[in-house]
Write a protein that binds this ligand. Structure first.
Ligand code: P6P
Length: 341
């Protein structure tokens, strides 16, 4: 027999946060509840992906009696459907969609805009590695029109009002912030509720883990190469060598870094002339993760300055990304300043 206690649900947490801001309209609460609803739907599908794949191999239909669609397209459809008619948004951007996404004419528009990656790391599904959804929320700045414009989406990370991610792993977690601490909620599938499991996440000031795809080593700047060589040197007095941990799914790597400390990196590299700023996207990967890391007491840098200070110019632009314990980020920046000028 359970204790009869329910625990703090996401809804109760948001309600209590809203009470801290008398001027709050409840819109942000509504948005985050919509995100939680969509996350539950995606979680159900992601957790059956392997099963669906097996059924697909026998030529049977999948568990819903439909053709197995690519999960990232499915996830995009779910979040779009949760966002486009809720009346909170004026415009959206998705990793899956080239241009800005206007709210259909027949639906009410709201005072926020959202940029999201519906299923980041989806290539890892086939090998059962954690994947995630990432979202970044700004207030609308366009005036004299119910419709939003690209200007609403191209705001810097410093203008964010909320951000977070859902990690679909051994359990499904929603980690979010509205600027008052970073809080983690774990989905209890038996009741379909996100229950607070990680209140007020604080990142350790220094960590002994570095997380980067070392296969790109030959393409990094000298400063980044020297930093990685430094953390791999044996020096017990400074706790080196650090441990290497790299999952290849940003949500999973950042989640571990938030909880355990250390440094996650996706540096700029010279491998692809079309991607001089590395692989990660600013609006719906770097900025929301930087927002969370900074609100948890960490730092998020391009290697030379804060990620959230960047003034975006394109929806899908990329940025070099170094985020984690502040002392580790600072040390990386010192190597970049010393060797890259
Ligand atoms: P690489 C997943 O494809 C992703 O977009 C991020 O989730 C992850 O951090 C990165 O790419 C991994 O890239 O080049 O190391 O495989």
């Amino acid at each position: 027999m359970s204790s009869g206690k329910i625990g703090i649900t996401l809804t109760r947490h948001l309600f209590e946060e809203q009470r801290l801001h008398p001027a709050a309209t409840g819109e942000l609460t509504g948005i985050l509840n919509q995100i939680a609803l969509a996350a539950k739907v995606v979680s159900r599908e992601v957790n059956k992906a392997g099963l669906a794949e097996i059924l697909g191999l026998t030529g049977e239909e999948n568990v819903q009696g439909e053709q197995v669609r690519k999960l990232d397209v499915f996830a995009n459809d779910v979040f779009m459907a949760a966002f486009d008619h809720c009346g909170h948004f004026c415009i959206m951007a998705s990793e899956e969609v080239e241009g800005p996404i206007l709210i259909p004419e027949q639906f009410a528009k709201g005072h926020y805009c959202i940029a999201f990656d519906p299923l980041d790391g989806s290539s890892n599904i086939d090998v059962n590695v954690s994947i995630g959804t990432i979202f970044a929320i700004h207030k609308k700045i366009t005036v004299n029109s119910w419709d939003g414009t690209t200007a609403d989406l191209l705001q810097s990370g410093d203008s964010l009002v909320a951000a977070g991610y859902v990690i679909y792993g051994s359990s499904t977690m929603l980690v979010m912030s509205t600027g008052n601490g970073v809080h983690g909620f774990t989905l209890d599938p038996s009741v379909g509720e996100f229950l607070e499991s990680h209140p007020d996440i604080r990142i350790p000031p220094r960590g002994k883990t570095y997380s980067v795809n070392e296969g790109n080593y030959p393409y990094w700047s000298e400063g980044v190469r020297k930093y990685v060589n430094h953390v791999k040197q044996a020096d017990p007095a400074t706790g080196r060598p650090y441990s290497a941990r790299y999952i290849g799914s940003m949500v999973a790597d950042v989640h571990r870094t938030l909880l355990k400390g250390g440094l996650f990196m996706y540096p700029a590299d010279s491998k692809d002339p079309d991607k001089p700023n590395g692989k990660l996207r600013l609006l719906y990967e770097c900025n929301p993760m930087a927002y969370l890391v900074e609100h948890a007491g960490g730092a998020a840098s391009t290697g030379r300055g804060r990620i959230m200070a960047i003034a975006p110019t394109e929806l899908h632009q990329r940025a070099p990304f170094f985020a984690g314990s502040p002392e580790n980020v600072r040390e990386l920046e010192e190597f970049v300043a010393r060797y890259d000028g």
